[in-house]
Design a binder for this molecule. Structure first.
Ligand code: GLU
Length: 290
């Protein structure tokens, strides 16, 4: 079976060396496997994503020497697909509308000992989980904004224990069949107040719709894979193979950010670096053609 890889940037800034590494690694693995490489623009947050960034990202990827299949999938053009997946979760009674404001959540979780998710954010305290359908409908009808959250306990009761296949390594060296632990994320947001989907929902829907066999991405998303595996199971979607890679860090050992000029691909290119220099800088072997 042809293997299909993807690079899925969010067009909310320019690419840095970390993105270049991830994109090139996907390209190398696709080429070695005689497989396909797809690009997906993760632009559901239309307040932060811009077409100009999208264009400059594609230009940088082409400059790096990557070739990908057309068309590029833009998540903002597929809100209907995410709505259909959300409807399935609603029909299974596994999501609930949560009306709390950010400030209310902050106040309810202010205790320094409050449990936190793998990204360090306090777990959602579960408010509104047990609201009756009638009370929830009344709040919705009154125009109160709300997010859809997954009822994690109910979801896990439905699937039982889950695992995912890791062919790279997690941040603590996890590899092989890794036990998924989505409960560490609590009642995650499945559709945001201002956006009718979320990163977690869109990514699993798209990986399935695009026939992705191999998800190759930074280890900062390793723990999120537990949520993805759970959603795949609930929605009856196929399970890709995962390969999380180490992150390119700055001289001080920090994760790179899009605003950091020194490691921006544009800046490095303008300073005279070639695509071959970039490959060497991120620790990839030269390609046969460079
Ligand atoms: N769009 C995500 C990012 O920019 C990557 C998502 C993924 O590879 O699953 O970090």
């Amino acid at each position: 079976m042809t293997r299909t890889f993807r690079f899925a940037p969010s067009p909310n800034g320019d690419l840095h060396l970390g993105h270049a590494y991830s994109a090139l690694l996907n390209g190398d693995l696709a080429r070695e496997a005689g497989g396909r490489l797809l690009i997906r623009m993760e632009d559901i947050d239309e307040t932060r994503c811009r077409r100009e960034f999208e264009a400059s990202i594609l230009e940088d990827l082409a400059w790096l020497g990557l070739a990908w299949e057309q068309p590029v999938r833009r998540q903002s053009e597929h809100f209907d697909a995410y709505a259909a997946a959300l409807d399935r979760l609603k029909a299974m009674d596994l999501v609930y509308p949560s009306f709390l404001s950010r400030a209310e959540i902050r106040a309810a979780t202010a205790d320094p000992d409050w449990p936190r998710d793998p990204d360090g954010a306090p777990l959602y305290p579960g408010f509104d989980r047990d609201l009756s359908a009638k009370a929830a409908s009344a709040k919705i009808a009154s125009g109160m904004p709300y997010a859809w959250r997954l009822n994690m306990d109910a979801a896990l009761a439905r699937t039982g224990p889950l695992a995912f296949r890791e062919t790279g390594r997690g941040p603590d060296g996890q590899t092989g069949a890794v036990a998924a632990d989505p409960a560490r994320w609590g009642d995650v947001v499945i559709a945001r107040k201002e956006i009718p989907t979320s990163y977690h929902l869109s990514v699993v829907v798209d990986d399935a719709l695009q026939g992705i066999s191999d998800v190759v991405r930074g280890e900062d998303l390793f723990h999120a894979t537990s949520v993805h595996r759970l959603l795949q199971m609930l929605l009856g979607l196929p399970e890709p193979r995962y390969r999380h890679h180490g992150l390119i860090r700055d001289a001080a050992g920090r994760k790179l950010s899009k605003s950091e000029g020194a490691t921006g691909l544009r800046q490095l290119r303008e300073a005279g670096m070639t695509p071959a220099d970039i490959r060497a800088r991120v620790g990839l072997q030269p390609t046969p053609s460079t």
